[in-house]
Design a binder for this molecule. Structure first.
Ligand code: PRP
Ligand code: URA
Length: 211
């Protein structure tokens, strides 16, 4: 089991904001802002291994060599719809990142993902790819999205979710042991409708106000 690639967040700010998200009284506007903020906070953590290079800068005092991010090789890929909510938070940190999109929805009967869209930056091989989706429930959507990215040539992949169920995390790390998985909070389990307990309900509906 590739647990060295799983990072469960414990930062008080992230945990506080996730608690606000869970509250069924949190309205669309606040929910959206919280998802964006958590995307930024988790993105800061997930991007801590970005490569650096030294450049020369002249300060008011003297010239020095000082580090900057090497290259512009990042891609953010939200899983539609709900993953979109985390993108602006990550782009606030890395404004030059390219953005791809993967469209998947869960079949209400089988809970298996159904693909309806895929557009990724090309070429993708050399990019660090951050896949976003607030919810990792059965893991079907995340596993399919990662498979699609790999089929397009993606290699260095990070998956970021706000809430995961143990079932989905197990499936994702078993199916794709080579990727890094960042989880805001690991919840208890799935219910009979494959919703996460206690979770936050339907993330897409709460972000876009379509309940
Ligand atoms: C939700 C969520 C994930 C998926 C997680 O999307 O945003 O993509 O379900 O479930 P899984 O781990 O069991 O696959 P949904 O299918 O509701 O689509 P939406 O984002 O368009 O609402
Ligand atoms: N998708 C959601 O939005 N919420 C869940 O709890 C499970 C899947």
């Amino acid at each position: 089991m590739a647990d060295k690639n799983v990072f469960i967040n414990s930062h008080p700010l992230v945990q506080h904001k996730i608690s606000m998200l869970r509250d069924k009284g949190t309205g669309t506007n606040e929910f959206r802002k919280l998802v964006e903020e958590i995307g930024m906070l988790m993105g800061y953590d997930a991007l801590s291994d970005l490569p650096l290079k030294e450049i020369e800068v002249e300060t008011p005092i003297e010239k020095c060599m000082t580090p900057v991010i090497a290259g512009r090789k990042l891609a953010v890929v939200p899983i539609l719809r709900a993953g979109l909510g985390m993108v602006s938070g990550i782009l606030a940190l890395t404004p030059t990142a390219k953005v791809g999109h993967i469209g998947l929805y869960r079949d209400p009967e089988t809970h298996e993902p159904v693909e309806y869209y895929c557009k990724l930056p090309n070429p993708i091989e050399e990019r660090t790819i951050v896949v976003t989706d607030p919810m990792l429930a059965t893991g079907g959507s995340a596993c399919d999205a990662i498979r699609m990215i790999k089929e397009h040539g993606g290699i260095k992949i990070k998956f970021m979710c706000i809430i995961a169920a143990p079932e989905g995390l197990e499936r994702l790390k078993t199916s794709h042991p080579d990727i890094q998985i960042y989880v805001g909070h690991l919840d208890r389990c799935l219910n009979e409708h494959a919703y996460i307990m206690p979770g936050l309900g339907d993330a897409g509906d709460r972000i876009f106000g379509t309940i």
